[in-house]
Design a protein around this ligand. Structure first.
Ligand SMILES: [Fe+2]
Length: 297
């Protein structure tokens, strides 16, 4: 989700008793609407979790309000542990720090296993939410350098994790704002581990600095690449890199909803857009003004 306000925010309404929010961007003008949507969609779910890709403003803005709405326990707060310095008059970062530094919060790392996240907890009837982390490797020297950069007040993009959401058939991938060099580092050590995905959220909102390296992109071979909100001039090169036949931009589509089924993913967008990925085919049995088509998986 996220329309013409720049930043990232996603939610996953799982097909069980879990609800996940990835990043938070309650920017001016949409705060109330987004919180209302989250409240409605998360209503009645036993497990509500928040996954933070990194503590940049456009990924944690309004976290203190979201946490209230979700009634989020620290055990369900996921972040890559880091030592970002606090800032004056930044309640969202204050909230991020207090949750991350709580003993019970979840520290993201490659291969993290947890009840309800990706493990069944027998007897509770909730089961796995299909979320897997492929990165970071906490002892990787490049990642350690990125942590140092954050600690010293530098940018946080390169501490972003790699997050996969999978159902029986669908695979959806996020990399936060991870830049190209760190993606190369991941790929050097984990080539072939992720395989094909259906939907890729282009890292760093689709900016050139976050372009997925060609060999890694060939492995992922996404049916759809979502390019987030960014100034159009920043997107030109990326649009070509990912191929406009499989790209959908949030500048034109606004909010996007992916409805994952056993054999297809149905795609809905907030605004009509003429340049849709080729893989989208209209299913005549689905109606609705926001429906743009489905991909077979
Ligand atoms: Fe960002």
């Amino acid at each position: 989700m996220q329309g013409d306000v720049r930043g990232d925010m996603f939610y996953i309404k799982h097909n069980n008793d879990s609800f996940t929010v990835i990043d938070c961007n309650l920017a001016d003008g949409r705060e109330e609407e987004i919180l209302k949507t989250i409240t409605q969609e998360a209503n009645g779910k036993a497990i509500k979790r928040f996954i933070s890709t990194h503590p940049d403003r456009d990924h944690i803005l309004g976290l203190e309000k979201l946490v209230k709405v979700l009634d989020l326990p620290t055990t369900n707060f996921y972040a890559v542990r880091n030592e970002i310095p606090a800032e004056k008059d930044n309640p969202s970062l204050d909230m991020y720090l207090s949750l991350m530094n709580a003993d019970t919060s979840a520290s993201i790392k490659a291969g993290l296993d947890r009840d309800f996240l990706n493990q069944d907890k027998l007897g509770k009837g909730i089961g796995s939410s299909g979320i897997k982390f492929y990165w970071p490797d906490l002892d990787n020297p490049e990642f350690i350098k990125a942590l140092d950069t954050v600690k010293n007040g530098g940018k946080a993009n390169n501490i972003s994790p790699i997050i996969l959401y999978y159902t029986e058939k669908a695979k959806i991938l996020w990399m936060g704002d991870m830049e190209e060099g760190m993606q190369k580092e991941f790929y050097k050590h984990h080539k072939g581990e992720i395989g094909k995905v259906n939907i890729l959220f282009a890292p760093h909102h689709g900016r050139e600095s976050g372009q997925v390296p060609t060999d890694f992109l060939a492995e992922l071979n996404p049916d759809i690449v979502v390019i987030g909100n960014a100034p159009a001039e920043n997107l030109e090169t990326s649009y070509k890199h990912y191929g406009n036949e499989r790209t959908i931009t949030q500048n034109s589509a606004n909010d996007i909803l992916f409805d994952c089924h056993d054999s297809q993913i149905d795609v809905y967008t907030g605004k009509d857009c003429d340049n849709l990925p080729k893989a989208l085919k209209k299913n005549p049995s689905i109606t609705g003004v926001c429906y743009r088509g489905s991909i077979n998986i």
